[in-house]
Design a protein around this ligand. Structure first.
Ligand code: GLY
Length: 447
């Protein structure tokens, strides 16, 4: 039997806690959370509250409870070096050491690594520490994306057309970013459809999991501000309806090459999740970014589908033997919808902003799975915070059924909440297919 430490307190970690608890190995789960997640707490032997920067609190909790290995959910503790700290006490983790977590925490590191090892997928890009030469490079790009280096909570990327329009504005924004950050990455903007490919890696072997598409915009029809993700879907064949098989293979091959490059570059095996945010374009698959963890919401799409014991997977990652394990997922569709406060993502002076901190009631979600995120459990009930509150997941043989289950579940959450109706609908997916078809038709004959 194993004692497993889970670090994290979101819906992603609730899904991870559930996958651990489902294990036939009957592990004991211990959780370290920065805010009390009632779902994770109910699955844990002991849960402790603390800051993700308090590494001695995390290692102390791990040692007190004779932890065999840790599973790290979010990027913040990875960036703080929690895996390195646990290694000092002989405790392995599913999650990379700090130098390897730069895959997510430094976009400049990853772009330079991909270039140095001649791995395909990079856009035209340059990293700037001063504005010198910026103007000339901006002139070479048709569309521009600006990325401050370092963690930005998923909200730092600035895209031409969404956040700014002209070259002058881009220059101004770069200057602003450089006042706050050591560097800014200026990249070519791609046209295409995005998908999430979450891979498991033991340092040598990379295993892909079912593809997922997240929906960043706050409102139906991909309108409104970007959010941490309003929901996601996956298909029974584990592919995306707008992708070719070769697109998936390209994403996997990029990830395999990046894992090998990380080993060469740092001398350390990457053990954990390499979550590639990819975009299918007219020129094949391109890399938008890597995250050093499961996606949120994407973890809620794939972990409930696991047929293989998650604890077994973790042990094979720790031991570097993923190549000997067959990892299988149910051939089902999933639709995840985040229930958020009505004011989520809206300016503080918006009339709906007051929905934060309101009380909610959770009724019967039927066949849907429920994963708590940012909720505050008080003596008299459950309260919203300002962030995403509850992930509701429908799982079924078809996408339609999965969506209906998710919608039924969402309707059981009463209070000043909102969700995206359109996630998982055929109409929205057809829009993605049409977009991709249009892009591919523009492909030159010799491509
Ligand atoms: N799905 C977005 C993220 O996990 O960063």
């Amino acid at each position: 039997m194993s004692n497993i430490l889970l670090v994290g307190n979101g819906a992603r970690e609730h899904a991870m806690a559930e996958a651990i608890s489902r294990s036939g190995q009957n592990p004991f789960l211990f959780s370290f959370m920065k805010a009390n997640n009632p779902g994770i707490a109910s699955l844990s032997e002991i849960s402790k509250l603390g800051s993700y920067s308090d590494l001695s609190a995390i290692t102390g909790f791990a040692r007190d409870n004779k932890i065999d290995f840790a599973v790290i959910g979010p990027e913040d503790p990875l960036n703080n070096g929690v895996v390195d700290a646990l290694i000092q006490y002989g405790i392995a983790s599913i999650g990379p050491e700090k130098s390897l977590a730069r895959l997510e925490t430094s976009k400049a590191f990853t772009r330079n690594l991909v270039n140095k090892y001649n791995i395909p997928g990079n856009p035209k890009f340059k990293v700037y520490t001063t504005p010198d030469g910026l103007e000339a490079f901006l002139d070479q790009l048709d569309g521009v994306v600006l990325k401050p280096d370092g963690l930005t909570g998923g909200k730092g990327v600035l895209v031409q057309g969404d956040h700014f329009n002209s070259k002058d504005e881009a220059l101004k924004l770069c200057r602003q970013i450089l006042k706050e950050r050591s560097s800014v990455i200026v990249e070519e903007k791609f046209d295409g459809e995005e998908f999430s490919l979450q891979c498991l890696c033991d340092g040598k072997t990379v295993v892909g999991t079912p593809l997922v598409q997240d929906h960043k915009r706050r409102f139906d029809g991909d309108q409104g501000p970007n959010t941490g993700g309003m929901g996601s879907y996956s298909m029974p064949d584990h592919l995306m309806p707008f992708l070719k098989d070769s697109d998936v293979e390209e994403g996997l091959e990029i990830t395999r090459q990046v894992a090998a490059a990380l080993l060469k570059e740092t001398g350390k095996p990457y053990k954990g999740v390499m979550y590639g945010g990819f975009i299918a374009t007219k020129n094949g698959v391109k890399l938008l970014e890597y995250n050093a963890r499961f996606g949120d919401p994407e973890a809620m799409n794939i972990l409930p589908l696991l047929k293989t014991d998650f604890v077994d997977i973790c042990k094979h990652i720790v031991n570097g033997t993923l190549d000997t394990l067959k990892i299988e997922f149910d051939q089902k569709a999933t639709v995840c919808k985040y229930v958020v406060p009505k004011g989520y993502g809206l300016p503080a002076d918006h009339p709906d902003a007051a929905s934060s901190r309101a009380k909610i009631e959770v009724g019967d979600v039927g066949k849907a799975r429920l994963y708590y995120s940012s909720v505050d459990k008080k003596e008299d009930g459950l309260y919203l915070s300002s962030s995403r509150a509850i992930g509701i997941v429908g799982i079924a043989d078809t996408l339609e059924e999965a969506r209906n289950i998710a919608v039924g579940g969402v309707k059981a959450i009463k209070g000043p909440v909102a969700y995206r109706e359109d996630i998982g609908t055929r109409e929205l997916i057809q829009k993605r297919i049409n977009h991709m078809n249009k892009i591919r038709i523009k492909q030159p004959f010799n491509a």
